[in-house]
Design a protein around this ligand. Structure first.
Ligand SMILES: Cc1ncc(COP(=O)(O)O)c(C=O)c1O
Length: 389
């Protein structure tokens, strides 16, 4: 293995010391910001005795997240999944008899299809493309043409938090505009990995414990239109106006002050976290590069929640997973099965074939990642997977 110079990660919060290299390499080993750094922000909430419903930390987080996300209005919410529901509801409204379908890739996380169904809409699964594993633009165009008048929204994903290539993002935006439907982008793992394509109507980020900026549970919704942002805020607070009267059917999607304070402390260290994770992911990819192992296009621009890799066959994937289990390495296989093959969603329609989704989901593996993954741990992961390429 070639020499590796990883940025060190000073995790003041880890209790029980660093993991031993004989230990299990967990799939994720989240590091939350130190409590004293969280407390530094939370003191403002304590001072006014205000712990939820848009207190000082929530307000500051809205501002700082907006700066990070290109000046768009941002609403902090209780999870990425709730953010998806709120964004869809704010943009589509209550279901109408005609337009009930939402186009989405099947190669994504269950939160996407769940959000659509919770909004009273129907998921329709589309294929992805072979390089970036994002929703295929040609397939999306065909689906919109074939289903004209039935589509209520497009829910695309920046798969694994990897930015969508500019041309592809522009095609999605144009197709949505031509069809007169909103474009929601799920960038759950993409905080800090902002692409340069045109902005979607809503973009969702997760701060779940397993994401590059973990707080436990939490999410951010970035909106293009300030009026839609207001609607998301209203919906996240039971639809209650300033007089505490429900003017629409909402839910509790608020991010509380402690988690907002954790996110503020997380933002302070985000650059260092991204550097630590990206350098480790790049090193792993270099060590494993070459036929037949393949990686996602533009992976180097992601926040490296984990390292997705494509093996040569389903058999190779199954052997790699078995070997990882025997060697104490927490390998996973996201997104396998794809959503259209899961019992909860198998009954929903598909727009066109899902050949690329099938091909990729049966060969994909997800390699572990952590801010403080050691050289020896990386060596163990690489050694375990290399033989199965
Ligand atoms: C692609 C994708 N979308 C949405 C979510 C949901 O985010 P949360 O766990 O914050 O609800 C996740 C979470 O893993 C995800 O991976």
């Amino acid at each position: 293995m070639s020499a590796l110079h990883l940025p060190t990660w000073q995790a003041r919060t880890r209790t029980g010391g660093a993991a031993s290299d004989e230990d299990l390499v967990r799939f994720q080993r989240p590091i939350l910001p130190p409590v004293d750094e969280i407390e530094r922000y939370f003191a403002a909430s304590r001072a006014v005795g205000w712990y939820s419903n848009g207190g000082p930390c929530h307000a500051l987080l809205s501002e700082r997240a907006s700066e990070l996300l290109g000046g768009r209005p941002v609403v902090p919410v209780s999870s990425g999944g709730i953010g998806l529901i709120l964004a869809l509801r704010a943009l589509v409204g209550a279901p109408r008899p005609q337009r009930t379908e939402v186009l989405l890739p099947s190669f994504t996380y269950a939160a996407c299809a769940a959000a659509i169904v919770w909004c009273g809409l129907e998921p329709v699964f589309c294929d992805i493309e072979d390089e970036g594993w994002h929703m295929c633009s040609a397939g999306l165009a065909d689906a919109l043409a074939e289903r004209e008048g039935r589509v209520a929204a497009i829910l695309a994903c920046s798969t694994f938090g990897t930015p969508v290539p500019t041309v592809q993002a522009a095609e999605w935006a144009r197709l949505a505009e031509d069809a007169g439907v909103p474009l929601v982008l799920d960038s759950a793992a993409g905080l800090g990995a902002v692409g340069d394509g045109p902005l979607p109507d809503a973009e969702i980020f997760s701060m779940h414990a397993t994401k590059p900026m973990p707080i436990g549970e939490g999410g951010l919704v970035a909106l293009r239109d300030p009026d839609v942002a207001e609607r998301v805020r209203l919906l996240a607070n039971y639809g209650l106006d300033e007089d505490h009267v429900a003017v629409t059917v909402g839910l509790n999607g608020k991010l509380d002050e402690w988690h907002a304070a954790t996110a503020l402390a997380g933002l302070d260290q985000l650059d260092g976290v991204l550097l630590a994770r990206r350098s480790r992911a790049a090193f792993m990819r270099r060590e494993l590069a070459g036929d037949p192992i393949r990686f996602q296009a533009l992976a180097e621009r992601s926040g490296a929640q984990f390292v997705p890799a494509l093996l040569r066959s389903r058999g190779a994937r199954e052997r790699a997973l078995a070997s990882a289990q025997a060697n104490g390495i927490g390998l996973r296989a996201y997104f396998s099965p794809a959503l259209h093959a899961m019992p909860a969603y198998a009954g929903y329609e598909r727009a066109g074939g899902l050949e690329v989704t099938r091909r990729i989901s049966e060969r994909i593996i997800s390699l572990p990642m952590a801010n403080d993954l050691t050289e020896l741990e990386i060596e163990r992961i690489v050694t375990c997977v290399k033989d199965f390429g």
